[in-house]
Structures are given as C-alpha cells and as structure tokens.
Design a protein around this ligand. Sequence first.
Ligand code: ADP
Ligand code: MG
Length: 672
Amino acid sequence: KKFKPGSVFFRNDKNKPGMLLPRKGNATTPIEVQRKQLPIYQAKPQLMNQLRQLHNAILIGETGSGKTTQIPQYLYEAGIGRQGLIAITQPRRVAAISLAGRVAEEKRTQLGKLVGYTVRFEDVTSSETKLKFMTDGMLLREAIGDPLLLRYTVVLLDEAHERTVHTDVLFGVVKAAQRRRRELNKIPLKVIVMSATMDVDLFSEYFNKSPVLYLEGRQHPIQIYYTKHPQSDYLQAALVTIFQIHQEAPLSHDILVFMTGQEEIEALARTCRDIAKHLPDGCGPMVVIPLYASLPPAQQLRCFQPAPKGCRKVILSTNIAETSVTISGIKFVIDSGMVKAKRFSPDSGLEVLAVQRVSKAQAWQRAGRAGREESGSCYRLYTENEFDSLIPMTVPEIQRCNLSSVMLQLMALGVPDVMNFDFMSKPSPEAVRSAVNHLELLGAVERKEGQVFLTALGKKMASFPLEPRYSKTILLSPDYSCSDEILSIVSLLSVDTVLFNPPAKREEVLAARKKFSSSEGDHITLLNIYRAFKKVSSGNKEWCRENFVNSRNMGLVKDVQAQLRDICLKLNMKLGSCGAEMGNVRRCIARGMFVNAAELQPDGSYLALDTHQPVSIHPSSVLFQGKPAYVVFNELLHTSRCYMRDLCLVDADWLLEAAPEYFGRKLHPSKS
Ligand code: ADP
Ligand code: MG
C-alpha cells in the first residue's frame, strides 16, 4: 500500500452526523424540498433578523450549506433591499452563470427576469431583474460609471476567501461607496461578505469591525491519507489511486480528483477511460467527467447528474470544485496538492501562470468535499511532511499579479491616490511602481510633480473591458487600417479557447489546421480560422466539427467583437480592414504588445527582452518548428520550462519604433 493513514479530522464536532434534517436530496427530490433540506434553512429566521439590522456582516459556512443560492432569495423574500438590486459577486464566470440558472430554477422563473447574470461580454438581465449574479470584475466595471453603486442596495461579496484581484479591489470600492452614501444621505448599501473559510479577523477589522455570523454546517469525519513517499509524478499517482479505490470501494461512492488544468485533466480522463475498458471481471464501469472553467456550461452541468446505477462517477476537476460548485455523492477526494496560479515578479514585470503547491487552507477545503453527506476519505498525493511545509493561506492574488490593469481601473474610478488605495492586503510598492511604469510605457498615464495622472489615451483604454495592452493595440489599429482584424484577434484571445485539440486525434487535427496555419504566427492563424468560419455561414456545425473548432465559443467571439466595436464607435474611431496585408496587423500587434517580446539567441534559445529570462516556444504554436528572430507573445506558462504562448512574428524595427527609449538599451543592434 502506498498510503499511510493520517489524522481523522472532524470539522465540526458539535454537529453529530444525523442530528440535522434528513439528508441527501437527489435529482428526483422536488426542488422546494431540496431547499428546505439545506443547513441554512433552519437558521433563516435568525439570520434574516440579523442581516436586516446590520450594514456589514461576514457570513461563514461550509461549502454546500446554501449561502450562495439561498441568501439572495431570503433577502428578497424578506423585503430587504427592495429599493434596488441585490448583487452577488463571484470570482468565476461559470459559477455566476450556473448559480443564476439554479436560483432561477428554484424561483421557477425564466433566467434573465427576476434572476439574471452579468459576466464579461454577456448580460442576461432585464428591467425586472432584482437578483443579479455577476463576476467581481463586472461590478468593478460598473463602479467606473457609478462609483456609489446606486443601483444596488445589497452587495454580497461571495467566495471572499479566494481573494482574486477583482474581489480585493471591490472590497475597497464598496467600502468607500458605503461610506459616501452615508455621508450624502443616500439609501444605505448593505455589504455582506460570504465565504467557506477565511481569515475572519482581517476581514472583520477591514469592514468596520463587522460581526461574523457562523452557519452550522454538516461536516462529517474524514479520514486523511498521505503517501509514504514523495511522488515525482502526481498524474501517475492520481491514476493509480483512482483505480485502487475503484477496485475496492462500492460503486455508489464517487471520486473527486483535484488536478491543475484543462490539458492535464483531458489527458487523465482519456487514460482513465482507456484503462476502464480493460478492467478485470467484477470491476464495475466508471464515468469520467472533466470539470474546468473553460468547459461549455452544458458540459459542466454533467457533474451534477448522478451516475447511472451500478456505475462510478469520477470527476476530474480544477480548484473550481474546492468551493464554488458543490457536487453531491462524493465519498473520496484525491488531492494532487497542486494548483495552477499566477505568479509575478515585480522587477521583471512578467506575470506567469505556473503549477505550484496549494496552501494548507486549500488542502483542507479539498478534503472537506469528501465529507458533505457522510464520512469520507481524502487521499493526499504527498507526504505528511510535505503537507506540514505548505503555506497556511493562499497569498491574495493582488500580491502576486501584474497590477497594470487594476491601477488603470482605479484611476478610471477616480481614486485620488492609487499608490495609497485602501487595500485589505497591500500589494508591494515595487509591484505598484512596476505597474505604473508599464502604464507609462503604454502612454496611459503620466507623472507630474510626483503625482500620477491618467492621460486621454489612458481614459480611452479604460473604457475597454480588457487588459491595457489589448486596449492599446485596438486604439492603435486605425493607424494601420487594420481595426477589423485587430478586433477579431483580441476577441479570439478573450474567449476561452476556440480550438479543440483532442490528443487522440492529433494527426487529424494537424491536417485540418494546416490550411489555416500561417508562418506569421498564431494570431494570424487564428484570424485565418475565424475568417473561414465567418465565410461558411457561421452556424455551420459541420464545418466546425471537421476543423476542430468550438462552435459555441466562436459564436461568442462574434458577440465580443460586436461589443468591442461599439466601444470603438463611441470613441469615434475610424474602423477599417487591411484585407490581406497581414504585415499591418503584425506591426500593430508589435506596437501594442512590445513589452512581451523575445529575441532569438545565437544558440537557438530565446530570451524575453524585458527581463532576459530564458523562454521557449510552446509546442502548440505554429512557430514551434521555426526560429524567428523576434516574436511577441501573449502569455507565459511555466511547466517544465517557461513557455511563450500565442506568438506573433515581428521585426526588431517595429519594437524599436514602439518604444525607442525602452528598447534602445535592450535590443541587440547587430540584429536590428
Ligand atoms: P454554498 O454557497 O454555501 O457553498 P450553494 O448555495 O452554492 O452553497 O449550494 C447549495 C446546494 O444547492 C448545493 O448543495 C447543491 O446541491 C445545490 N446546487 C447548487 N447549484 C446547483 C446546480 N447548478 N445544479 C444542481 N444543484 C445545485
Ligand atoms: Mg457558495
């Protein structure tokens, strides 16, 4: 046996299993009954009494206790905040969409009426909407036009423990709005912070010493197992553990596996399905269900459906199943101990996505998923010593990401002194400085007498719901008469991946892509695919299947493009197309994205020009085989090495032209 048992852990000893109401609604239990079975239901009268009186509250309750789906309905039914809207913010787009769907179903209304959602590029609300699920980023954008958030009477900041950059900025924004509204004698704003676990004191202190309400959850004992030895390959370890459990445990006990990302999850799913076909007799069947943020919503809903009788459900998920969605029937959790997250070094200014170790708090959340309905087990694919060395809490994203987008937004919000914004956890001064420098390079801000001001260009940039370098590229596009093309490319990069890459069909995929592939890079290749897609009347599912294109996401690209175009027209931009002149497009991209440039070295490797950090071309890039002298890239992904993803071939001269002083020091003159 490769595991040794660790501690048995009881999350909530007061709460003996079976003490609460009959458990476990299933798909056939009427939805009204399901609602009444939630732990939060018993606390409703008391809870509403408190929330009616409080302006600030912090509400803590186990995942699955009913906070997100029930509190908005309770408030509405109790007539609290009826003068305006109730906003419920979510860090994840998919959570906002699926939770709004669930609440609309519970309320037996059509989505978009009483209950709606707003996420970037998608607004399903109407004048009737009172309960509005939205991403934290969207509420932040609304605050730019309405800093007092006057449409809202209640803001529920959900999943606060995730501490995404947007949530952290929102904390400051709603706190200021609340205070200003009091000063101006406007309708008060109620702010309720909700979470599964968190550093309660920090939050309470920040929100004017607000009271903390604990919901009694139903958490059953969980047996924790650690590996005896460190595992070098957590994918392999996960695979072995899945099948060990599968061969030993009753088939009705479902397994939830925490992995780090889409590619890894799809690969593991494929291997599991292959192995499951060739199991010895007496070993039952399994359904393997992937769950990650970029999965189309319809496929995401599959994880909520019970497995067919006599069949085991195995869900392979990213950290999305830690707290944002609750899946019933889970008896076993397998925790890789890893998560894909952003990392940032202020001196380099580069933000990198990297697979890294989880925090202890995350590991406990993951384990907790096994004990929601009855006692369960959690298999940690790491040793107890490794667990002990984990950091206690995840570092808030604001302290490990590129802040240029946030700084631009704060300035657009009219925050007088961005350097000293009231953050709950302050980002490092170097990170703030580096962000301001970046914005200065892009021409979005300028300094006068030690103060930082938004320029006219910066104001325009802030009107796009995009990263500053993308909005800059769009704003530059009329100079190269390629706005149509740039808008398409930015839209393609803004939705989740538009291409399917089923590894089992690698050869077919390569063959299908070949006709679109451009030696000028991935941006142009994507544009070629998009142009072809539009030509064959976009609804053509057949064409999408043949070319391994995600038709739904492609449809979204069109919507996104239309919205970006509207913003351009409001800014009086002259839009046009450069036809086949792809050089214009690349020139424009080079000028907007010059900070992310890399240079070929004599030994065939690449160095990022900004930081002199070694980088490589990602195998998925069309430029993987070639050795272009200069490229700009969209993002860095750190796995075995640091990969550049989505590349565009550029000339050194263009980079120099984009930022002469900046590159004057960096470019190798021999090459330019
Ligand atoms: P919390 O916010 O406290 O974690 P939720 O309000 O999200 O809890 O979930 C309460 C219950 O609602 C969950 O236990 C789950 O069974 C059910 N639920 C939530 N979303 C869905 C959905 N999309 N489909 C089916 N059931 C759902
Ligand atoms: Mg929730």
